[in-house]
Structures are given as C-alpha cells and as structure tokens.
Design a protein around this ligand. Structure first.
Ligand code: DX5
Ligand code: ZN
Length: 220
C-alpha cells in the first residue's frame, strides 16, 4: 500500500506571510501544496489566481514539492494555459464547471501538467466515467466547495470507494474538505491517495506538528 500524501491547502494560511507558511509545511515534509482558485461565480468567494501560483512556484519546486491547483471557476478551459505557464504541476477542473470536460483535461495535458477532474458532493461518480482514461487524478469533494473549515460529509467515504472501483488502478484519488485527524484514516482506507487539509493544518497553532499528525493518522 502506497503511503497517503497530505496536501496542505494554503486557503487557510496567513496570506500576509504566505511564503513562510509554505516553508513551514515543506520543512515538515509536505510535497504537495494545494492552491484553491475561486472566481466568485462557480463558488461565491474570490481567492487567488496565476500570480500567486507564480509567486510560490520557485520556492516550492526548489524544495522538490509540487503545486496542485484546484480550479473552482467557470469554463476552466479558458484559464488552464495561464496556470500551467505560472508553474502549476497538476490542475484540477470541476466536472460541473464546463460542458467541455474532455477538452479541458486535454488542455491541461497540453500545458505539460497532470490532469484532474473534481466532483461536488451532489455529483455522481459516473460523471467521470467517460474521461477516466484522461485522468491522472480524480478529486472527490467531501464538502461543498467554496470555504475552508466545513465538516466532512460522511457519505464521501462510500463515494471514494466507488471512485476507486471506477477508475484505472494508477489514477490517484484526492479528497478535499473536512480532512482532519479523525477523517484522514477512513479516507485513506476507502482508497484515497492524496488528502487535502486546510484548516486542520494552517488553523493549528503549529502547522508543522499538525501536518505530521495528519500523516500519522492517514497511515494508521
Ligand atoms: C474548499 C477547498 C478546500 C479547502 C479545504 O472549497 O477546495 O481545499 O481549503 O479546507 P478544510 O481542510 O478546512 O476543509
Ligand atoms: Zn481545494
């Protein structure tokens, strides 16, 4: 069994000292940094864009880590090239955000990035069936996207297992929302390979210690 990776989400970081916060979790061992992009349309909040990805890319890559960019934006196919150019390593688009999911995933690969598709809690796993062969990773949202700090939706566990059954073995499954020391283990046991954690890491007084605690919980 390959170890589950914990991906700190900078959405809950202190943006006035973003570089230092990323350094803290990278020093603790994090190798996947999750970047939540929101456009005020697909989800109500507006967060960050390619400029922030570009600002972090050098420091993250120098440490041997990757930038995992989660696009919660409408018509993501129009933006993926900019994020690829800015230094994204993987880009996730939502199945609900475009009528051109196949095209969007192809555009991500054309940009030289790993391609992923996300599904909201209300979207069935079958939404990814026709693009399964194009996916390097599938993202199962375990909260409704838009905000950090929400409670994990328990039905997500069964959904992770059904995604695992649907997708080819090499396809990673990422889980995002409400991941903490209590939910990380069950997610990993149901087939998740990457667990995103925002508030559980950057909401803690010691993000490095919180990261280590999640790694232990996921592999327990
Ligand atoms: C929510 C974002 C998540 C968010 C998770 O829409 O996609 O990545 O940062 O935050 P927590 O871990 O606090 O649920
Ligand atoms: Zn996310």
């Amino acid at each position: 069994l390959r170890a589950t990776r914990i991906a700190p989400s900078i959405l809950s970081a202190d943006f006035a000292r973003l570089g230092a916060q990323v350094d803290e979790v990278v020093a603790a061992g994090a190798r996947v940094i999750h970047v939540d992009v929101m456009d005020g349309h697909f989800v109500p909040p507006i967060t960050m864009g390619p400029i922030v990805v570009g600002a972090l890319a050098e420091q993250v890559h120098a440490a041997g880590a990757v930038l995992d960019v989660h696009l919660m934006i409408e018509r993501p196919e129009r933006q993926v090239a900019e994020f690829a150019k800015a230094g994204a390593d993987s880009i996730t688009v939502h199945a609900e955000a475009t009528p051109h999911l196949n095209y969007a995933l192809s555009a991500i690969k054309d940009g030289g990035c790993a391609a992923a598709a996300a599904i909201n809690p209300g979207t069935p796993v079958g939404a990814l069936a026709e693009v399964a062969e194009l996916l390097d990773m599938a993202l199962c949202m375990s909260v409704n996207p838009g905000w950090g700090g929400q409670p994990f939706i328990p039905a997500s566990l069964d959904k992770i297992a059904r995604l695992r059954g649907l997708l080819p073995q090499g396809t990673a499954i990422e889980v995002d929302g409400g991941v903490d020391a209590a939910t990380a283990g069950p997610c990993a046991r149901h087939g998740a390979s990457v667990l995103v954690a925002g508030s559980a890491i950057f909401g803690a007084s010691d993000p490095a210690a919180a990261y280590a605690e999640l790694v232990a919980a996921a592999d327990a």
